[in-house]
Design a protein around this ligand. Structure first.
Ligand code: CIZ
Length: 304
């Protein structure tokens, strides 16, 4: 490790203690951040873990909607996002007004919102879901018609596993949606014994070729239990760092070259230190919105 990184890690340790802070790193963060974090995981799992700690400050190394989820579950803690413009193009595909318009149009439908969404959109929803529990959540909803936002690929995936009438918002993750079916077929030909494991934010044609479909936590579980020595990973390549740590004898190949979310890669060790030093950028959610968003998340937990 270079002396500069060692210095930053020392500074981070000092500030964490001084502020009684914890560092959360999403599975898509760069290796250096994952290694420095107290917890690494998916966004909702991290937010739940942080809520159970007695930390006063949560530094969420991820994108904005994730830090918002942490704030929704921990209203009395200070939640910091180290990079102010670490956003999520998928979450930004829908705003409150567009969702209200849909609710007016399909007045009998109930809204199921993927956690990959802003707090304000969650607050307009009947229930939230993650990519691992989306089918179960949709099935649990007491309505025949479901408005599903914001990810169309996850929506189509759920639609293929339920009899509910799904009205799917046209949002998508530019990082996952770009994977082409030809890339998956080429890798399958090159590594016929390697299971293809994909995130449901990939296109339906890619999902159809997969041996397993799951969230980042689901992919981690599958990889651990699999007997295969090589696996093809269809999600942001930050996850491969953790897969490799947990499975040192297995080989992981990204489903496409440069499988990268640019927003996830904005966070650096310098920015995390700076964030704790200056106590920025603080996540604030109006209390009425936070409570409504919390209720939609709590309903999901009841289903789980
Ligand atoms: O919410 C998350 O953590 C996301 C975006 C993906 C996942 O599957 O973990």
């Amino acid at each position: 490790m270079c002396p500069y990184t060692t210095g930053l890690l020392g500074e981070l340790k000092r500030l964490k203690k001084a502020r009684n802070a914890i560092i959360l790193a999403h599975n898509y963060q760069i290796a250096e951040i994952q290694d420095a974090a107290d917890f690494v995981g998916d966004s909702f799992e991290l937010s739940r873990k942080a809520a159970k700690t007695d930390a006063d400050v949560i530094v969420f190394c991820g994108v904005k909607f994730m830090a918002e989820s942490a704030k929704i579950l921990s209203p009395n803690k200070t939640v910091l996002l180290p990079v102010e413009d670490a956003g999520c193009p998928l979450a930004d595909t829908i705003d409150v007004e567009s969702l209200r318009k849909m609710k007016r149009k399909y007045s009998k439908a109930k809204v199921v919102t993927y956690v990959n969404s802003t707090a304000a959109v969650k607050a307009e929803s009947y229930i939230c879901c993650t990519s691992s529990n989306a089918i179960k959540v949709v099935e649990s909803v007491p309505a025949k018609q479901i408005i599903f936002v914001p990810d169309k690929n996850l929506g189509y995936y759920v639609a293929s596993h339920t009899d509910k009438e799904m009205i799917v918002w046209n949002g998508y993750c530019p990082t996952h949606d770009t994977v082409q079916v030809e890339e998956a077929k080429r890798l399958k030909r090159a590594y016929p014994d390697a299971p293809i494991v994909v995130h449901p934010e990939c296109k339906p044609e890619v999902v159809a070729l997969a041996d397993h479909v799951g969230s980042t936590s689901g992919i981690l579980r599958y990889a651990k239990e699999s007997n295969a020595d090589t696996l093809i990973i269809g999600t942001e390549e930050g996850l491969i760092h953790r897969l490799q740590i947990e499975n040192p004898d297995k080989k992981f190949l990204p489903l496409r070259e440069r499988f990268i979310c640019p927003n996830m890669k904005k966070t650096t060790l310098e920015k995390v230190v700076n964030s704790l030093e200056k106590m920025e950028f603080e996540i604030k959610i109006p209390e009425d919105i936070r409570i409504k968003a919390y209720n939609a998340l709590a309903r999901m937990l009841e289903v789980n």
